[in-house]
Design a protein around this ligand. Structure first.
Ligand code: IPE
Ligand code: IPE
Ligand code: MG
Length: 246
């Protein structure tokens, strides 16, 4: 197997398990979130070092508003702090930040910081870091359908094809993820990139997100390299052509 094909171009991560990480240590859940936020930098670097071009992180789902208000507000504060502290360094390393999700629900200062960080890093190309915040896969499909209708007022749904919808998703500029990692031991998607993960390899690992380090990433990459991606074809169709016997 060639090195190119065995390395994912785009990794998506559901960073789950911060609360249980803290609970195990008799600490408040918020400490888990602080620790989890610190882990983001590590994984961004580990991906950049391996020439992985796209990394998409699930930071806050459309359903996470159901959590206690203090926890929601800690998560918002951490996001602001992250943008304040880490973006300059990451930008100098060539990271381009995009945020997907309905940001209109965020406090005004957070919205402003997001816009500023996106603008400041727009020219970077080394690693495309996408943070999904107030994001839901169902929201994305619905907003894409509406956006398509707005852009094509004379059309009806009969004119809507898969590629049209994909072009209006919030990830329209990104390739679909090759590998989805979920930490924290659950085997579910929790409304993440529903459309985009149609053919993504799904890797569920028990480690809580604050414990997921470079070695854990390497394990996930090794697992990914062993997968045969058929996209509906047969094994024979996707097997590398045999080399001629000499
Ligand atoms: C993931 O960790 C962080 C967010 C969802 C924002 P959790 O907070 O869900 O941690 P657990 O699943 O309760 O352990
Ligand atoms: C998924 O984790 C969302 C994020 C990691 C941001 P949750 O902790 O919200 O998922 P469920 O509720 O256990 O499915
Ligand atoms: Mg959770």
């Amino acid at each position: 197997m060639s090195t190119e094909s065995s390395l994912p171009q785009h990794i998506a991560i559901i960073m789950d398990g911060n609360g249980r990480w803290a609970k195990k240590r008799f600490l408040p859940r918020t400490v888990g979130h602080v620790k989890g936020a610190a882990g983001v930098r590590r994984i961004v670097k580990a991906c950049a070092d391996r020439d992985i071009r796209y990394l998409t992180l699930f930071a806050f789902s459309t359903e996470n508003w159901r959590r206690p208000p203090e926890e929601v507000s800690t998560l918002m504060d951490l996001f602001v702090q992250y943008l304040q502290k880490e973006m300059a360094d990451m930008s100098s390393e060539g990271v381009r930040l995009r945020v997907i999700g309905d940001r209109s629900a965020f406090p005004a200062d957070l919205q402003a910081r997001i816009a500023a960080a996106e603008q400041a890093t727009a020219h970077n190309t080394t690693l495309h870091l996408t943070v999904a915040a107030n994001y839901g896969g169902q929201w994305d499909i619905l907003q894409a359908t509406r956006a398509w209708q707005t852009a094509n007022p004379g059309c009806t749904l009969d004119d809507l094809h898969e590629a049209d919808l994909a072009a209006h998703l919030s990830t329209a500029d990104l390739p679909d993820p090759d590998l989805l990692i979920r930490t924290g031991g659950e085997s579910r998607i929790s409304n993440f990139l529903l459309w985009q993960c149609a053919y993504t390899e799904l890797y569920f690992v028990d480690d809580y997100w604050p414990d997921f380090d470079e070695a854990s990433l390497v394990k996930a990459l090794t697992w990914f390299a062993s997968r045969v991606r058929r996209f509906g074809r047969t094994d024979e169709q996707v097997a590398p052509a045999p080399t001629a016997a000499t």
